[in-house]
Design a protein around this ligand. Structure first.
Ligand SMILES: [Zn+2]
Length: 200
């Protein structure tokens, strides 16, 4: 396996269009926190112009790079980023420039998909969103957005009550805060409104 492939495999970046040159790795302080920085170049021949849709031909010109810092999962306990220089092309059919896309993160997003998968996996554990946000170097809002996109969560509307409300306490799981948990449901539909860990 080439060094190039080792890096892609090690960082779980499933995009063979990213090239790592010599001195691709260094440490850098970002907001006073030491980060591991991996620097790569995204370049390939696009199939078509992403602005006007014309198929690639000789009227396409390379048009410099645009750089994004993409959060990737921690490496050996250090916050880590992929500093990706993405090739830009100028399409002379529509005279507009566009940036190549990579499948390691969504367009316009600076959090890698494997970071999102890790957060989605962390959300399966009994940990607060805030702790998961700190551990993954993202904001709690990001964690919430990932939870909404990966899991079908039941939204609790606390400013609304059904016409008939039923409630009961019950023994839930050992890890619950109280001895008994508290269940509220809509009597007419049987739908759970909320489960509170402690009946107090
Ligand atoms: Zn075009």
């Amino acid at each position: 396996m080439s060094n190039q492939n080792y890096i892609i495999e090690m960082l779980e970046l499933k995009d063979n269009n990213i090239a790592f040159e010599e001195n691709f790795y260094y440490k850098e302080k970002i907001k006073n926190v030491t980060h591991k920085v991996f620097e790569g170049y995204l370049s390939y021949q696009p199939l078509c112009c992403s602005k006007c849709g014309v198929v690639f031909d000789e009227k396409f010109e390379k048009h410099g790079f645009i750089t994004s810092n993409i959060k990737i999962p921690d490496v050996a306990g250090f916050k880590s980023i992929l500093r990706l220089h993405k090739q830009r092309y100028l399409c002379k059919h529509c005279n507009k420039a566009f940036t190549l896309k990579s499948n390691i993160c969504d367009f316009g997003c600076f959090i890698s998909n494997n970071t999102k998968w890790k957060i989605a996996n962390d959300l399966r554990q009994k940990r607060s969103e805030k702790d998961i946000a700190i551990a993954n170097n993202v904001s709690p809002n990001t964690v919430e957005r990932i939870m909404d996109s990966y899991y079908n969560t039941v939204k609790i509307y606390k400013n609304y009550l059904p016409k008939v409300l039923s409630f009961d306490d019950f023994k839930s799981v050992k890890s619950a805060d109280g001895a008994m948990s508290f269940h509220l449901c809509n009597s007419e539909t049987g739908q759970t409104i909320d489960i509170v860990e402690d009946r107090l």
